[in-house]
Write a protein that binds this ligand. Sequence first.
Ligand SMILES: [Zn+2]
Length: 271
Amino acid sequence: MPDKLTDLIEELALANRILAHEGVLDAFGHVSLRHPADPGRYLLSRSRSPLLIEPDDILEYTLDSEPVRPPKVQLYAERVIHGCIYRARPDVMAVCHHHAPAVMPFAIAGKPIVPVFHLGAAGGANMPFWDQYAEFGDTNLLVVKPEEGRSLARALGQHPAILMNRHGATVVGGGLRELVSRSIFMCQNADYQLRALTLGTPEPLHAGEVKLASTLNALPNVVNRTWEYWSMRLEAAGAMPPRKSSAKAARRPVPKPSRVTPRERRKGRRR
Ligand SMILES: [Zn+2]
């Protein structure tokens, strides 16, 4: 398990950077992963912009969104989003919260994002909205209190994504690669939907098409293919995360003992 956990932590750092490089995350927003060995915990970075996240930034949290070990670093204010969704949705293994420019017009206008092309089906049909003001009145719009996180999780229900009025969106996945794929294609779909509106009234996918296309989009060979593509683009930009320092140490070859000549050995004895 330690090796698997190390690999997953490295993937989580990579997921943050991919989503930042593809325009879903910017200075803000975050991605988490349910702990592979303990469903009552999750992994999330310390407070840092996603494009800069390294495996050593990843911390472990309980589902109350409290760090398992006392933190020496600043934590994300909105981490209750993650803990509350993992508690409400046992099927969810990864969560992304973002304020992507592609979805903001819909979150601001209160207009639904509907699947308008096959890959956009990953966002699901009938994407719900959550309005923090409607339940909590004046806030700074950050989801920081447990009751706010629980309310958001309730509104998400069994959907793969939710729009947050005047704030952004939260997306969930059955795995990290599925989540990354869904988050990126949801933004592409929103972009295409808005552009298509300038030409006419786009006809969304039919309910049966959404079901069939979203199943196809989640297949391992599909999400592995997109993951490889987005990783290659990140690597070409020179923005790949470093390996986890403990893993680097473990993988470092054991230095061979330096060869001591018979003469040096005799000199050593005299000392
Ligand atoms: Zn936010």
